[in-house]
Design a binder for this molecule. Sequence first.
Ligand SMILES: [Zn+2]
Length: 288
Amino acid sequence: MGIRELGCNISNEFVKYVGQGNDTSFWNEPWCGDSSFRILFPRLYRLEQNKHAFVTDRIKWIDGSAIFCWKWTQEPKWRTNSELACLTTLISNFVPPGLSSDKWIWKLGNNGIFSSRSLNSTIDKLSVAARVPFKPTSLNNLIPQKIGIFIWRASKNKLPVRTELDKRGIDLHSTRCPVCDEDIKTLQHSLISCKIATEVWDSIRIWWKLDLLHINNISDIEKASNPALKQSMLASFWQAVVWVTSYYLWKNRNAHVFRNNPLCPPKIVADIQSKSFEWLNCRGKNFD
Ligand SMILES: [Zn+2]
């Protein structure tokens, strides 16, 4: 079985380590997180004057703080401005680069250096994981137990939506969603129909090249089946991704409501993608 059929694109397994930043494309290479900014922030990318700008062209780090030097064809507005807010938040959390030169790092190797040996061992692990039979009724064994338990609690309506609010002294008489203020706040709204959730699910759908998600209620999340994914291995991976997505939506939503953390859909999607790969790789090891 080839690595592509196992759902692993080899170019995704490299990350760019930024040293001086003068040999790393700001938009086209994944240097801050697992995806390039061109993918994460398509609207901003369209406004960039120089699509091949280097990291040093757009950011100067002075005393550990990032100073931005944007060059737009026109000032970002509306949605593009919220992309800009997410981008600056992401970069502000980035550790300032050292003085070494920029280089590519192979994520799956022990020392960051690509070798056919580490590639082969990754293929072996994914193949073994792929042979594990998919049982829709059991907890998907590709992902951490805490997420399986989260999904089980969600399906049994045992998530502490109201009690958590009550504990923190938030008025339970208000049924509006504290994130979008648009609809009544139910678990289904939080995980599926809230505007942040729809944005995240749509990115996941595009990532998996699916026409339709087939997720309309909580029991669809629990089953996480999609008729477009006929292979049992893909169906199993898809279930893992649906569960990880639901868990991250829940986690980020709570962090926003209770700790005022910013809600940034491209960042949530990037975390879902990197965590999915990390867990699939590490679960593969357990089958050795
Ligand atoms: Zn909402």
